[in-house]
Design a protein around this ligand. Structure first.
Ligand code: ADP
Length: 240
């Protein structure tokens, strides 16, 4: 497992570094001759590859913290709906560009649970950014509240839970990949984020949710499209 992980990381690190070095070299040797458009193209590739590298490193640092149990959480009463609204606000530019509408179930009460605002934001951001990578333009993402009792992984008794279901109208996920996509570096055969993703986002998200004693899983809707369910215990008190 470990050597496979290292082989994957080296590959993921090498690809953008090679791109940065070769386009920097190309730009350097042609700086005085090439037309400005070509040079712009080179800088663009260097920029994208640099961002990809940074994203990968941030993901790896998160994973290291999660796996060594060093991730610190601030469990506080927060509202899942407000957290959703915060993340959709951040994504507004890309939503506008792709003309994608996010419909959040209408309700006046707070969708309250005790969770770490920043970390659950990260989970929701990951699920929504994934959807945005795979769904066609001019479609909708529907988000509904779900409330039910469930048994967290580490306990044997039911707790009260509250959560959200995020449904898109994209290609969906192959049934055999529904659980695999939560493994490190795994991208579904059906849709690959390719260079736009690292294959680490969902495994990080699941670790964060597990640390909250919650559940995170994927399904397909019977009429097509993927549904991601995030379920959190309303209270953390019983786990401390
Ligand atoms: P990546 O960085 O590749 O997006 P993730 O761990 O976040 O890594 O996702 C893993 C894979 O899960 C994606 O590459 C894709 O194959 C699949 N996936 C995630 N979300 C969706 C979705 N909404 N629809 C279809 N496939 C998805």
């Amino acid at each position: 497992m470990k050597s496979l992980f290292l082989a994957n990381i080296s590959h993921e690190l090498k690809t953008p570094i090679h791109a940065i070095l070769s386009y920097a070299e190309l730009g350097f040797s042609k700086a005085t001759l090439a037309n400005p458009q070509k040079l712009q193209e080179y800088f663009q590739i260097i920029d994208t590859s640099g961002k990809r590298l940074l994203n990968l490193l941030e993901n790896l640092l998160d994973l290291a913290k999660l796996e060594s149990g060093k991730m610190r959480y601030l469990f506080e009463p927060n509202c899942l709906k407000e957290t959703l609204q915060y993340v959709t606000g951040e994504l507004s530019l890309i939503l506008e560009k792709k003309n994608i509408q996010i419909k959040i179930e209408n309700s006046n009460e707070r969708w309250q649970a005790e969770f770490d605002f920043e970390r659950i934001q990260q989970v929701i951001r990951n699920i929504l950014s994934n959807a945005l990578k795979f769904i066609p333009d001019n479609t909708v993402i529907e988000i509904t509240k779900t409330e039910r009792e469930f048994i967290p992984l580490k306990t044997k008794k039911y707790v009260k839970g509250i959560g959200i279901q995020i449904r898109d109208f994209g290609p969906g996920i192959l049934p055999e990949d529904l659980d695999k996509i939560f493994e490190k570096f795994i991208q579904s055969k059906q849709v690959k984020a390719g260079t736009k993703g690292t294959g680490l986002g969902l495994s990080i998200s699941r670790e964060i949710v597990n640390d909250h004693h919650g559940l995170l899983y994927a399904d397909n809707h019977e009429d097509g499209g993927a549904i991601f369910t995030l379920l959190l215990p309303v209270k953390q008190g019983e786990f401390v």
